[in-house]
Write a protein that binds this ligand. Sequence first.
Ligand code: SAH
Length: 226
Amino acid sequence: MSDGLVEGDESLRRCLLEQINTETRKTAALTGCSALSERVQRALAVVPRHRFVPSVWLERAYVDAPLPIGHGQTISQPFIVALMTELLAPDSESVVLEVGTGSGYQTAVLAHLAQQVYSVERIPVLAEAAERRLRALGISNVDIHTADGTQGWEEKAPFDGIMVTAAAGEVPPALVQQLKPGGRLIIPVGPPHHSQELRVVCKDSSGMPHSRGVLSVIFVPLIPGC
Ligand code: SAH
């Protein structure tokens, strides 16, 4: 990843990282994650969130809160991005599927850690804008596709990890199918516009999925179809 990614106000970014680390410690009893790995912290530190938020929200780019990105969608809260990334634990050989590209911020964090990221977004203008932002940052290990992500991305499967950044009523079976044995799916599950449960689904070596709830979260809904 090029050093050109490091820009913007360093002290704001450090402060955000401290807030994320504090929140990680506070929620450790629920999440089982008491500290972020160095790799995830580094990825959060180098991805410039201000490049992914609409200009009217620029002053809040390094506040630990979700922000509107248009079309009724949001860029996720940085702590939630950090936690979901830590739970997914991609390594430099991982091939990852993200469902819900949105602004492309989470995509960029994953791209910094994984070998290849495939990301699916149902709203074409969001997919195009995210693609432009990632290209401008020199991120080249991401493919974005406009489609219904509840169906995964069959041609690119199987995946080492899958992350869904919109709330599903139930875990889409296609996503579990497209996970490699030993792989993990991180997904918020629950009713739209209410509190949902962030879930980790692990597929064991025999292909059997095991699921555990991690934290109560609020995401925009995963809308099947295009
Ligand atoms: N990770 C993004 C979060 C975006 S919000 C970010 O940090 O910016 C969730 C996104 O999921 C929205 O952009 C929404 O359009 C998208 N989405 C909802 N249902 C979808 C579906 N079935 N397939 C693909 N994307 C979907």
